[in-house]
Design a protein around this ligand. Structure first.
Ligand code: NAD
Length: 482
């Protein structure tokens, strides 16, 4: 199969403990590029969610580490072997271009294979107790246990396969049971992944996928009595609603970002401009860690801006299925209209539009805007599309750090400088989860700790190993020791 292959219409069902379940109503999934109906999924009612949690809770996995490792590795290998088939579906339901969709599918291999490999790691600790005058000849040990209840997982549209994988793989690695609600915008990829897992030997009770509108069944995912932990990736607005509704339940919240790429006066400007353009436009600019503010010091801003413009002009935006296209659509026309409006408002406030902003439906081209006044919605809010926004800042590192920290968000950052005194200050003083020197803010590997602070997250990290830790309870036990 390749980019040109036509996808059959998918009339999907939910998977409740492996059983295919329908409902009276459906949610339509449309291709954002041509508005064609890609498929439908059932519109779950709260009782479907209840059934999924109750079935999961009544099952206790007896899988050994080795058995889980085999399931995880078989899943990784299937995703690798069927990469193009997954990419085709990802692109059809999200409008991501073929290059981005293939990358999305190939990243998933890493997530599943790292989970399979990390399963052999046991971070249990041992404490000898005869270490103080109050001590005894005993030892205290720790071991990780799966949660008593069920994990509730809620995922966004921008990485239809990876955001789901980052919740499922660590949950399975730790022998947990899970109910997943993928976004109503791109649910088809998640259902296809569930089938791969069942085929790989996952006991079906360990994973249910419920689909539908959050207005009808969202709260059921947050308040179900059998849900112990809610792992959520998505917007700040919904994340805060979950935090307010979940009560005593644990919440792992991975939320929005407004990440800077900082360009200092000593930077190699050509290299910095590459990072700026790539970081702002990959995945149609729809990454939580996309470059959403380029903070360039005034002394090099003219030269840098010209390089950014030259590189942005080379990007091709158009039919997502054209293998040469660099930028497909954004998630829907409504989102594209918001970007257009924010750019127009910034221009009215004094910014200069250098390229783009000519929208066609959900196609929104790479758009270079320079001289952006700091207090415009375009850069104060998270603009989740391929806008490349240049903000000129004073040649003073104190001001650069102050401006960078002045948003409500704190996810990641990228820094272009070779000066060691600057580098150490950025690492120590930027209020973010990650500082990448000479890389885009989004740079990571799938098992390194990842996640934000402030409005970007509640401090729990994702990345396969961190998620395995947050999905477990530590049991402490002690024994007499001679
Ligand atoms: P969203 O918050 O609109 O939706 C995310 C999920 O929440 C969807 O499944 C949606 O159906 C569900 N939801 C909506 N209302 C709900 C409710 N009341 N109760 C329960 N569930 C509800 O986010 P989105 O637009 O799909 O995704 C984009 C956002 O995700 C951006 O802000 C982006 O930065 C963020 N994101 C963050 C990370 C990270 O790791 N920090 C990664 C990817 C995306």
């Amino acid at each position: 199969m390749n980019a040109a292959a036509k996808l059959p219409f998918l009339k999907e069902t939910m998977r409740i403990a492996g059983k295919e379940v329908t409902s009276d109503d459906v949610v339509e999934v449309r291709n954002p590029y041509n508005n064609e109906l890609v498929g439908t999924v059932p519109s779950a009612r709260p009782e479907h969610v209840r059934e999924a949690f109750a079935k999961a809770r009544s099952f206790k996995s007896k899988l050994t580490r080795y058995e889980r490792q085999q399931i995880l590795m078989r899943t990784a290998e299937t995703l690798r072997d069927r990469k193009e088939e997954f990419a085709r579906l990802i692109s059809a339901e999200s409008g991501l271009c073929w290059k981005d969709a293939l990358y999305e599918a190939s990243r998933a291999y890493d997530v599943w294979s790292f989970a399979a490999q990390l399963i052999v790691r046991d971070d249990g600790e041992t404490f000898s107790c005869d270490i103080s005058p109050n001590g005894k000849k005993r030892k205290i040990f720790t071991q990780r246990m799966p949660l008593m209840g069920v994990i509730s997982a809620i995922t966004p549209f921008n990485h239809p396969l990876n955001m789901v994988s980052h919740k499922l793989a660590p949950a399975i690695a730790t022998n947990n049971r899970l109910v997943l609600k993928p976004t109503e915008l791109t649910p088809l990829t998640a259902l296809k992944l569930a089938d791969v897992l069942y085929e790989a030997g996952l006991p079906p009770e360990m994973l249910s996928v419920v689909t539908g509108n959050p207005g009808t069944m969202g709260d059921a995912m947050i308040t179900d009595p059998d849900a112990d932990l809610i792992t959520f990736t998505g917007s700040v607005r919904v994340g805060k609603h979950i935090a307010a509704t979940a009560g005593y339940k644990r919440t792992v919240l991975e939320l929005g970002g407004n990440d800077p790429l900082i360009v200092m006066e000593d930077a190699d400007l050509d290299k910095a401009a590459d990072l700026a353009v790539q970081g702002a436009t990959k995945n149609s600019g729809q990454r939580c860690t996309a470059v959403k503010r380029i903070l360039v010091v005034s002394s090099v801003a003219d030269e840098f801006s010209a390089l950014v413009l030259e590189k942005a002009k080379k990007l091709k935006c158009g039919d997502p299925m054209d293998p040469d296209v660099d930028i497909g659509t954004v998630i829907h026309e409504g989102a594209a209209k918001t970007f257009e409006q924010r750019v127009n408002e910034a221009v009215a406030a004094g910014a200069r539009l250098l390229h783009g902003n000519d929208r066609k439906g959900a196609l929104y081209p790479p758009t270079v805007v320079d001289h952006i006044p700091y207090d415009t919605e375009l850069v104060r809010e998270e603009t989740f599309g391929p806008v490349i926004p240049i903000i000129r800042v004073p040649d003073d590192i104190n001001e650069v750090i102050r401006i960078s920290n002045s948003t409500a968000y704190g996810l990641s950052s990228g820094v272009c400088t070779n000066r060691f005194d600057y580098i150490t200050r950025f690492i120590n003083e930027l209020d973010v989860g990650t500082v990448n020197i000479w890389e885009v803010p989004g740079y990571r590997i799938e098992m390194s700790p990842f996640g934000g602070i402030k409005d970007s997250g509640n401090g729990y990290k994702e990345g396969v190993w961190e998620a395995m830790k947050s999905f477990t309870n530590v049991r402490t036990f002690s024994m007499p020791w001679g």
